[in-house]
Ligand binder design. Structure first.
Ligand code: F6P
Length: 382
């Protein structure tokens, strides 16, 4: 049984990506999409494949089906160039995806679990020269584990949450922002027509990037995010102040992981006991509060959920996917393994997985984005 190897070698210490000498000969490359889907997976797969076919003269590409589950169970199929045609505008993933928690990669004694051993065995048995993994934070940890065990990994940052450290943007984020903005825009008009309060719960368990970007874009009145604990009373005060001016419609964009100041004090176990999601709890509280204050104003809850993750990727996302995918192919061709293709500023660069894995990219409460939103009159409830 292989022991778990902690990253601490030269590559990890120097922060350099491992570069071996690429010889331009034949290569067998596996592609894998892991974790929750997003709109940018297919455009990225397409870019990796097209660039690999160009850069590596004798490359064969294999699709690992349904994320790490396919590697564990050896469900892998040979891909052809035609498989990557006409998928730039297609949401979801042609390979399928699944969630395999990082925790489940270990047995109780801290050794690799049989499923992790199985992935290593199948990677070796297939004779892969590289594995290109498209995933979010959890998938990145497993990718890094595979790297520590000798798998030649190139990682690509996907998630609608935009919470991966080491890259300014993740692919899928822009498309989700567009969808969430579309929902908020539609809600704005109906909210005004009826003078109602709308709580719109957006995705984002741990981070508020999506809620803040969409909230500003659609001129939400209130944005509530996990990074800034909020006081429900402040939201209630805004509603009553609005009513006094005769403009009673209020649109609240709340990230699903937002916590009130009281909820923040709870232990992890106590939080699990909370009734409903952040949007449900807030909408219920506001309804009660307004009713007990003698107001008949209606509070409505909208949860767009997976709508935010589905459908066609935006042009901005397709560009990012194309650039990141080409970079990943270049990294494979140059044997630059153990790294993530990332966007930093206007550049697409290789960032060592060892340096960024396990670090969630949170919004700073003093971020210029938050400051701009406050200047626009948006309330964060703090
Ligand atoms: O990580 C992306 C994400 O869409 C989160 O915003 C959301 O909380 C979660 O995935 C939902 O996960 P699942 O697809 O497993 O329900």
């Amino acid at each position: 049984m292989a022991r778990r190897v902690r990253s601490g070698g030269l590559m990890a210490r120097t922060g350099l990506c491992g570069t071996e000498t690429g010889n331009g000969e034949s290569m067998k490359v596996g592609l894998l999409t892991s974790g929750g889907d997003c709109q940018g997976l297919n455009p990225t797969l397409r870019a990796v494949a097209k660039a690999l076919y160009n850069l590596v003269p004798d490359v064969s590409i294999y699709g690992v089906l349904d994320g790490y589950a396919g590697l564990i169970e050896d469900r892998i199929r040979r891909m052809q160039p035609a498989d990557f045609e006409d998928i730039i505008r297609l949401g979801g993933t042609i390979l399928g995806t699944s969630r395999q928690s990082f925790k489940s990669m270990f047995a109780d004694d801290g050794q690799l679990a049989p499923k992790a051993e199985q992935m290593l065995a199948n990677y070796r048995a297939r004779g892969f020269d590289a594995l290109v993994i498209l995933g979010g934070n959890g998938s990145q940890k497993t990718a890094n584990l595979l790297r520590e065990q000798g798998v030649r990994v190139v990682f690509l940052p996907k998630t609608i949450d935009n919470d991966i450290s080491g890259t300014d943007l993740t692919f899928g984020f822009d498309s989700a922002v567009a969808r969430a903005t579309d929902v908020l825009d539609a809600i704005q008009t109906t909210a005004r027509a009826h003078g109602r309060v709308f709580v719109v719960e957006l995705m984002g368990q741990k981070t508020g990037w999506l809620a803040v970007h969409a909230g500003i874009s659609a001129a939400a009145d209130v944005i509530l995010i996990p990074e800034i604990p909020y006081f429900p009373q402040r939201v209630y005060e805004l509603i009553t102040a609005r009513n006094a001016t005769g403009t009673s419609a209020v649109v609240i964009a709340v990230a699903e992981g937002a916590l009130s100041d009281d909820e923040r004090m709870l232990t992890k176990e106590q939080r699990v006991e909370l009734t409903g999601t952040a949007g449900v709890r807030l909408a219920d509280w506001l309804k009660q509060q307004l009713a007990s204050g003698g107001s008949s104003q209606e509070v409505k809850l909208v949860v767009p959920g997976y709508y935010q993750r589905g459908g066609t990727p935006t042009a901005t996302d397709r560009l990012l996917c194309s650039r990141l995918g080409v970079k990943a192919a270049e990294m494979v061709a140059k044997h630059q393994f153990g790294c993530m293709a990332a966007e930093i500023g206007t550049e697409i660069v290789a960032v060592p997985l060892a340096a960024v894995t396990g670090k969630l990219k949170l919004l700073d409460a003093n971020d210029s984005l938050i400051r701009a939103a406050r200047q626009l009159g948006i309330v964060f409830g703090d």
